[in-house]
Ligand binder design. Structure first.
Ligand SMILES: *Cc1c(COP(=O)(O)O)cnc(C)c1O
Length: 401
C-alpha cells in the first residue's frame, strides 16, 4: 500500500468545491456560496433538490422496508412498471441500478430476441460515432470511444460503429449477424447532438426491413429532459427496446430497460437479474418522480421553459461571438459550443455561481432543472455574460504578459 495514493480511487478530475445541501434549483457549496444548478448532477435531478414530494415518499418507504431482493414480489416495482408501460411504447420493464446496467439488460434483450427465434448468430449491434452508453465493458464497446477502452483488454465483441448521420453507411453495415441498432435520440456526452426525426424514422424503416430491433438509449434524454416524458415521442417512431436511468430516481440510483413483449419474448425466469434492481427504496423514488411528471400540465410548463431557455442561449451566442459558436439541443438538453476550451467556460461559470456540465465537441451543457422559473434563467444568463467578461479579461491579461 502506498500511503500517498488517494483513499478515493482518483478516476475523476474533480472540481474544487462540493455541496452540503440543496433546495429546488440551488445548491449550497462547501465554500459557503449559493450556486444555481444547471448541471442537475448530469441530467439527473430534473425536479431539483430536496423536492418535498420526493422527500416524503422516499422517507415513508425508508421507514417501512429498504430491500427484500427479487426473490420476492415487490409491489412498488409492479406499480412503477405498470405506469411506465402505460406511459410508453413498452409492454414490460426490467429494473437496474444505473444507466450502464439498463443498457446491459437492453443489449441482452436484443441478442436474446434473435437467439429465441433460432438465430443466435445475430448478436451484433450497430452504434454511432460520438455515442456514450456507459462504463461497463460491454457499454464501453458499444460507445466505441478509444480513450475509454484503452488499457482494458480486448473490447467486448458485437458492436459495429458507423458515422453519425450517414444513412447509407448504416445500411451497408447491416449484415447477417446484425441484431439491432442502438442510438441516443440526442447524443448527450457526445456534445448535445440531436438526431433529426427523419433519421430516426429512417432507422425504424431499416430495422423493419432487415428484422432488427431498434434500441434507444434515453438515459439522458428521457424523464422529461427534452420536454416530453421521452424524446422518441417527438419523432413519431417507437423503439423496440429502450434504456432509462438518470432522472428516473432524481438522484436515487435506478435504471430501467423497457421493451415490447415481442422483443422481450426470450427474457424468461433466470435469463437476467440483479440483487438491488428495483428495490422498494428505488421504486419509491421512481414512483414519486412519475407522480410529479405525470400531473396534468407538467410538460406544458417544461416546454414553455425550454423554448425560453433556448431563446436566451441564442441571444448569448449573438452577443458573445468570440466565446460561442452556436447553441443547440432539444427541450432542456441544451448546449453552447464554445470557442474557448469548454472546461475553461465551465470553470468561469462556476466562478459566477452557475453549475453546468462539459460535453464532447467542446460543448458546455446547460441542463436547467425542469422546475426552474424564468427568474432562474435570467440569473443564469447574467452569470454567462459575467463569465464571458471574466474570460475576456483573463485572455487580455495573458496576452499583455
Ligand atoms: C449517463 C449515460 C449512460 C450511463 O449511465 P450510468 O448511470 O453512468 O451508468 C448511458 N447512456 C447515456 C446516454 C448516458 O447519458
Amino acid at each position: 500500500m502506498t500511503a500517498a495514493f488517494p483513499a478515493v480511487m482518483p478516476t475523476y478530475a474533480r472540481a474544487e468545491i462540493g455541496f452540503e445541501r440543496g433546495e429546488g434549483p440551488y445548491l449550497w457549496g462547501t465554500d459557503g456560496r449559493r450556486y444555481l444548478d444547471f448541471a442537475c448532477g448530469i441530467a439527473v435531478t430534473g425536479l431539483g433538490h430536496a423536492h418535498p414530494h420526493l422527500v416524503a415518499e422516499v422517507s415513508a418507504q425508508m421507514n417501512k422496508v429498504w430491500h427484500t431482493s427479487n426473490i420476492f414480489p415487490i409491489a412498488q416495482q409492479q406499480k412503477l412498471a405498470e405506469r411506465l408501460v402505460a406511459a410508453t411504447f413498452a409492454d414490460t420493464v426490467f429494473f437496474a441500478n444505473s444507466g450502464a446496467e439498463a443498457n446491459e439488460c437492453a443489449i441482452k434483450v436484443v441478442r436474446k430476441y434473435h437467439a429465441h427465434r433460432g438465430q443466435p448468430e445475430r448478436y451484433r449491434i450497430l452504434t454511432f460515432e460520438g455515442a456514450f452508453h456507459g462504463r461497463t465493458l460491454a457499454t464501453l464497446a458499444a460507445g466505441g470511444q478509444k480513450k475509454y477502452l484503452e488499457g482494458f483488454g480486448p473490447p467486448v465483441d458485437g458492436f459495429d460503429q458507423v458515422p453519425f448521420g450517414d444513412h447509407e453507411a448504416i445500411e451497408k453495415a447491416i449484415g447477417p449477424q446484425t441484431a439491432g441498432i442502438l442510438i441516443e435520440p440526442v447524443q448527450g456526452e457526445g456534445g448535445v447532438r440531436p438526431v433529426p426525426p427523419q433519421c430516426l424514422k429512417g432507422l425504424r424503416a431499416l430495422c423493419d426491413k432487415h428484422g432488427l430491433l431498434l434500441f434507444f438509449d434515453e438515459i439522458q434524454t428521457g424523464m422529461g429532459r427534452t420536454g416530453k416524458l421521452f424524446a422518441y415521442e417527438w419523432s413519431g417512431v417507437t423503439p423496440d427496446v429502450m434504456s432509462v436511468a438518470k432522472a428516473l430516481g432524481n438522484g436515487f440510483p435506478v435504471g430501467a430497460c423497457l421493451a415490447t413483449a415481442e422483443a422481450a419474448a426470450g427474457m424468461v425466469a433466470g435469463t437476467h437479474g440483479s440483487t438491488y434492481g428495483g428495490n422498494p427504496l428505488a421504486m419509491a423514488a421512481g414512483n414519486a418522480v412519475l407522480d410529479v411528471m405525470l400531473a396534468p400540465g407538467f410538460f406544458e410548463k417544461v416546454e414553455a421553459l425550454a423554448s425560453h431557455v433556448k431563446q436566451q442561449l441564442h441571444g448569448l451566442v449573438q452577443r458573445n461571438p468570440d466565446m460561442f459558436e452556436d447553441s443547440r439541443g432539444m427541450g432542456l438538453l441544451l448546449g453552447l459550443k464554445c470557442k474557448v476550451p469548454n472546461q475553461d467556460m465551465v470553470k468561469a461559470l462556476r466562478g459566477q455561481g452557475l453549475l453546468t456540465a462539459g460535453a464532447g465537441d467542446n460543448v458546455v451543457r446547460i441542463l436547467a432543472p425542469l422546475v426552474a422559473e424564468p427568474k432562474h434563467v435570467a440569473e443564469a444568463v447574467d452569470a454567462v455574460e459575467k463569465a464571458c467578461a471574466a474570460l475576456r479579461a483573463e485572455n487580455a491579461a495573458r496576452k499583455a504578459g
